[in-house]
Design a protein around this ligand. Structure first.
Ligand code: OAD
Length: 244
């Protein structure tokens, strides 16, 4: 892979970088993406049956079953070289914000420290009534468990379609997009808002935009550099080229 020397120079001197990741970054760990036409989760299941507050009201057991299987799988797999390259990048860039749409927890398990989880985390559970109870999944039992504080249904701590994102996380992500000098969009189709707007916000504020994806996306025509391929191969090469 050819990495332009001016990109390497820019990376070496960069003080504030941000990255947005999506399901593609965990694909090489063995987790399914959402929109792959062959094996994407949304090719097999309908999101409106499993990933909306209405679905949870109708059939909480089904929703728990879907997330329990995904949580189990996420716990079985390991971070891949793409996750590890982002840990390395964080070590070299003084201010590095990693914004992820992934709920699998693999960035933290890899060792990334400044991780903003825009869509929640599948290892956690919260009260669906908003009484403020959050707990680790291991600590609950049953097919549709209830909140120990208020008796309402517990639910996975993930963002569903039609829900607003956690405010602090979104504010941190927006701030990082506004202030970074380089923004990476990695393994995301860029189809889900508001995450999909972050690279455009970064661009409006003067950042260089770099995309890593196996396919072109709606963002591709707007980027400065597009690296087509697997993040588990491209990111380690980028990091090696910049910091040896
Ligand atoms: P998608 O499934 O929409 O997109 C995955 C992207 O990863 C695609 O653009 C693929 O081309 C790319 N890709 C696949 N393998 C790759 C690899 N090895 N290296 C690099 N890129 C690769 O997943 P997201 O963009 O994450 O939201 O989806 C965004 C949100 O939609 C998710 O967070 C989820 C989903 O519905 C909620 O559940 C709220």
């Amino acid at each position: 892979m050819e990495i332009p020397p001016e990109l390497i120079t820019f990376l070496r001197s960069c003080v504030h970088a941000a990255a947005l990741t999506g399901a593609g970054v965990s694909k090489e760990s063995g987790l399914r993406t959402f929109r792959d036409p062959m094996d994407g989760l949304w090719a097999e299941y309908r999101p409106e049956d499993l990933a909306t507050p209405e679905a949870f009201e109708r059939t909480p057991e089904l929703v728990w079953e879907f997330y329990a299987a995904r949580r189990l799988k996420a716990g079985e797999v390991q971070p891949n070289p793409g996750h590890l390259a982002l840990v390395e990048m964080e070590r070299h860039v003084p201010h590095f914000t990693l914004v992820t749409q992934n709920v699998d927890g693999l960035h933290r398990r890899a060792g990334s420290k400044c991780v903003v989880e825009l869509h929640g985390n599948i290892t956690r559970v919260k009260c669906s009534h908003g009484c403020g109870v959050f707990t680790e999944w291991e600590e609950i039992s049953g097919k549709a468990p209830t909140c120990p504080a208020c008796g309402e249904k517990l639910r996975p701590d993930v963002v569903w379609f039609g829900e607003i994102l956690p405010g602090d996380e979104l504010a941190t992500a927006v701030q990082a997009a506004r202030t970074c000098s380089i923004f990476f969009s990695i393994g995301t189709s860029g189809l889900v808002q508001p995450a999909a707007s972050l690279p455009f916000l970064a661009k409006q504020n003067g950042a260089m935009i770099v995309e890593v994806n196996t396919e072109e996306t709606p963002l591709t025509p707007s980027v400065d550099y597009f690296f087509q391929g697997k993040s588990g191969e491209i990111l380690p090469e980028l990091v090696k080229a910049a910091w040896g």
